[in-house]
Design a protein around this ligand. Structure first.
Ligand code: F6P
Length: 568
């Protein structure tokens, strides 16, 4: 395995792609009109996902050259290096083994990395999480006054929040009415205050989720939650105002998920109630580790295992499918095509599923913390643009907000559309509106019609002649013309099951990895968030009133802090 990344821009395939780009003319209307096999040829499956790439700005030659590029940057070797535990997180000298969290039990040969029996440790921790989840769900686990848990509050941020909250929202139909999970992440005191305002301390369980157990936001919120618990339990006469009673309350109402078990104990949480994972699981890749404890509690261990099985299906596809049909590889390569050749800066993710309303936010950390880098894994500068700004909202809400820019703006915005054949909540509009919507209309079908219509409109647009043919006044024709050739990928699955959700997440994890390999970057470190954390601690004394610390600030920061101090 080479230690230096191949510079993609020096490969023969990159040169060919540059040439191809010179003569490239996107023509989705023409391609579909003349090539009846396009949709079938450019549609692929992974697990339960149907992925239609045919409405992208790409021809057979584009795909051939992109696949050639993937081979020339050694993508197949890098995939194998990841799955087998090589230290591909170079800047932190770590293996990258989130895929080990979802290996099938009993897989042969067992995975042993750096002397660690990975499968054994993963299975043990999963069992521990499952047993705990069952205890909470059955009521065997109780608070200090003997009452069962009714609300779980997960305190975490970044990967220790975004994954769990996204999955919780997505799988709510699998939950129980008498067991709610809330998520506190922001150090803005509003978050904890609002999420705990109506809670009964006797039936509340906090899960402090932090890989490092050193993150300012999470530890501050955990301390505040602990104080809230003591205060409220004391107020209802449930505990005395003494140290032993408080410690007992923490042991009954707090558990932790972390790789730093010594710090967990120092906080007062019983180490027996701490669920571990390992430094080879990056925060943004950790929802399938013990970081998902809140999910195992909410939905039960079986649903959590089904989620893992979905991840596994796409892992196996990614590892074993030839690049020509390898969905994460093709989608990652298309993103490279858009970013480096067609000048796209952003990428929209548009789930036609209200349950996925936190999916774009989740993907923002996954993709942008992974690939927002300017140096390659050997420390040399990158040789081309990296990273895309991922963003999105569920359809149809987005249609009435930002789709205008995707349809008629000047920028190329590749967009992934995601939809499910079967809704979680089938509803009919019994009345209809007597015009466009017939009485008894299946509302999910109306929803899907929007999904299909949007990708059609984006791909094929509406020509000036078509606009004129509708009798439009000439001066309005250009405003009403749609250029088309706006690229989209459509992803469909039978239903948003736990397994399908796992498949979707694994798909985007691997897409992110593929892009990182082409750009030669370490997609698994995140040094870029460190400076802001350090400066926040340095500026804090100035904010609280320390004039010497204030004098050390730059002129702009000083004025802003002074404004705060004058208005507090
Ligand atoms: O934002 C930086 C980061 O380290 C993320 O990568 C991580 O998901 C988040 O902070 C939370 O970290 P921890 O789980 O250690 O509290």
């Amino acid at each position: 395995m080479t230690t230096s990344p191949v510079d993609a821009t020096t490969t023969p395939a990159w040169g060919e792609l540059l040439r191809h780009h010179q003569e490239f003319r996107g023509d989705l209307r023409g391609w579909f009109a003349t090539d009846p096999g396009r949709a079938e040829r450019f549609s692929h499956t992974t697990g339960d996902l149907l992925v239609d790439l045919s409405k992208n700005l790409a021809t057979d030659e584009t795909f051939e050259l992109l696949v050639r590029l993937a081979r020339e940057v050694n993508l197949p070797d890098r995939i194998e290096a990841m799955f087998t535990g090589e230290h591909i997180n170079v800047t932190e000298d770590r293996a990258v083994l989130h895929t080990a969290l979802r290996r099938a039990p009993g897989t042969e040969p067992p995975l042993v990395v750096d002397g660690q029996e990975i499968d054994v440790d993963v299975a043990r921790e999963l069992e521990k999480v499952a047993a705990f989840a069952e205890q909470v769900r059955s009521g065997e686990w109780s608070g200090v006054t003997g009452k069962p848990v009714r609300t779980v509050v997960n305190i975490g941020i970044g990967g220790s929040d975004l994954g769990p909250v996204m999955v919780y929202e997505a799988l709510k139909p699998y939950g129980r009415e008498d067991l709610e999970v809330r998520f506190v992440s922001n150090i803005d005191p509003t978050d904890l205050a609002q999420k705990t305002a109506d809670l009964d301390p006797e039936t509340t369980l906090f899960i402090v989720a932090s890989k490092t157990f050193g993150t300012l936001e999470t530890l501050t919120n955990a301390r505040m939650a602990r104080a809230w618990l003591w205060d409220r339990l004391h107020a209802v006469g449930a505990i005395e105002d003494d140290h032993d009673a408080q410690q007992a309350a923490v042991r009954a109402h707090f558990v932790a998920v972390s790789t730093a078990l010594d710090k967990v104990e120092a906080f007062g949480i019983d180490p027996a109630n701490a669920f571990g994972f390992w430094d080879w699981v990056g925060g943004r890749y950790s929802v399938d580790s013990a970081i998902g404890t809140s999910l195992a509690v909410a939905f039960g261990p079986d649903v959590f295992r089904e989620l893992l099985s979905g991840f596994r299906a796409v892992d196996e596809h990614f590892r074993s499918t030839p690049l020509e049909q390898n969905v994460p590889a093709l989608m990652g390569l298309l993103n490279v095509w858009y970013t480096n050749f067609l000048g796209a800066h952003t990428h929209a993710v548009l789930p036609y599923a209200q349950q996925l309303h936190r999916f774009p936010a989740y993907l923002q950390q996954l993709t942008m913390e992974s690939n927002g880098k300017s140096v390659r894994w050997d420390g040399s500068p990158v040789t081309t643009q990296t990273g895309e700004v991922f963003w999105g909202e569920p359809g149809t809400n987005g249609q009435h907000a930002f789709y205008q820019l995707i349809h008629q703006g000047t920028r190329t915005i590749p967009a992934d559309f995601i939809a499910f054949a079967t809704p979680a909540y089938p509803l009919t509009d019994d009345a209809g509106d007597g015009k466009a919507v017939a009485a008894g209309a299946d509302v999910h079908e109306l929803f899907l019609a929007n999904f299909f219509a949007q990708t059609k409109a984006l791909a094929f647009g509406k020509t000036a002649d078509e606009v004129r043919a509708e009798g439009t006044a000439e001066e309005l024709v250009s405003a009403r013309t749609f250029s088309g050739n706006r690229p989209t990928t459509s992803i469909m699955a039978p239903a948003l099951t736990p397994s399908v959700l796992g498949q979707l997440v694994a798909l985007y994890e691997h897409i992110t990895f593929v892009e990182g390999v082409v750009w030669g970057i370490d997609s698994f470190d995140q040094w870029g968030v460190e400076l802001g954390k350090k400066l926040a601690l340095e500026v804090a004394p100035a904010v609280s009133g320390d004039d010497a610390a204030l004098a050390d600030q730059d002129a702009s920061t000083r004025r802003l802090v002074e404004y705060y101090r004058a208005h507090r």
